[in-house]
Design a protein around this ligand. Sequence first.
Ligand code: NAP
Length: 489
Amino acid sequence: MVETAKEPALIFLFGATGDLARRKLYPALYELFEQGHEFAVIGLARKQHTHESYRSMVDRALKPDAVQRKAFLDRFYYQPLDILQPEHFAFLKNISDQINAHYHLKGNRLFYLSLAPRFFGLAAKNLKKAGLTETDGWKRLVIEKPFGHDLKSAEELNNELLSVFQEEEIYRIDHYLGKDMVQNIEALRFANPIFESVWNHRSIANVQITLSETLGVGDRASYYDQTGALLDMVQNHIMQLLTLTAMEPPGRFEPDDIRAEKVKVLRSIRPLSSDAVTNQIVRAQYVKGVMPDGTPASGYLDEENVAPDSETETFIAARLFIDNYRWTGVPFYIRTGKRMAAKSTEVVIQFKDIPNNPYLNEFKNIGPNLLVIHIQPDEGLSLKLNVKQFGDHGDTLPIAMNFISNSPKHQIKKHDAYERLLSDCLRGDSTNFTRWDEVAYSWSLTDSIAATWKDIPLNTYEAGTMGPSASDRLLALDGFRWWPLTRME
Ligand code: NAP
């Protein structure tokens, strides 16, 4: 994307002992080290560690074949710190100056808050108080999701952050934006004239975005029960997929031009009046069922740490419209849920049928052309076409042209989303991070839905299915159906 140089930096990793750091950030940093990024890391959390015991913890997070592990681990330092104790930040000044000088890191500082969101504002404030945000190099703040829990709380958090950092110094992570196939939506659209010329209401009948999980709430139940599918998935990941699919080509390939186009899409989503919400949104909770592999699954209300009378939705489907010239009249169907029949994230573009087509009477098997963008677990594209069967009087046959990058045919080296996003932060490319106005417009939309929750019936669906029948009716009203989430053969 944007060509920016690798620059040295001191990474202040808050939440250094946490799950995200161990599962994602250390392996990602190792890959970047192998690629020649210059950095040193100060790990920060309340647990007591020496530099050595911290390095052993980081070591355990690396792949067994990490050949440069010694040189990598030597760059890790640990400082015990409690966010709630401002005086702990004062100790950081000294150690960071020493590490900066030792590795010639030019005063560049990356503050990564891999912490519970309630600490974000306070951490920024304490960094400033301790003078850590005054430096000769650049400073950048990386924050994990969720960014607030509604527009008001997001605004409050943003104001706290803006009292310390400039907007362009804040990198709000939505790890979906680091995924290969999410980044590929732009390439697919803007590097392929055959798609861009039909990417509009004249040729597209509907767009379907699905983010389905087979897992239940597991050990995130107490968090999830306060959050639900709307806030957990729609406000962030699904809105990102929708804006990338629907946006206009940017005038220049610069972070702010791209993000401005995404914001225009969010601004063009038809506001949901309370009538529209009840007709266009389906919410549901899973009850016990059987997963496709035959494993029985308990219902949401029977999960540990879920309130027995909880009305939290574990599934949401919506029918949205984007009121602009390109998308007029095209429904965008979105759905996400837990304990569904398949784990998959896909965008399906259904093309319009040929009008007045005599072949439709002749051949029984003609189906719509579909372009499927497989985001995970498969990563690739499928294009579904109709061909005539071989033989004299053959019917048509649906076929799929597939490019699946994780198939054994294509041995492509994969980069994890966090590796890509951390590299972007170090290079100062903010394209794949959410700008404040994107966050604010997404919250406005989800707030308008949440405000009418009580008017929307809470359906149920059996664990191991693709959601309640009301979700199918949402499309059936327009004469459409959800397409199955499987690789098309
Ligand atoms: P976690 O496993 O609970 O880790 C939290 C970290 O914060 C620990 O290192 C903990 O260490 C530290 N901490 C807690 N209280 C502290 C305090 N008062 N002062 C200083 N440090 C404190 O959480 P996580 O799963 O890594 O998630 C971190 C962030 O990433 C969250 O915002 C989460 O929403 C986001 N996220 C996580 C994932 C994931 O897969 N895990 C995915 C997407 C987003 P001590 O107990 O030693 O202080």
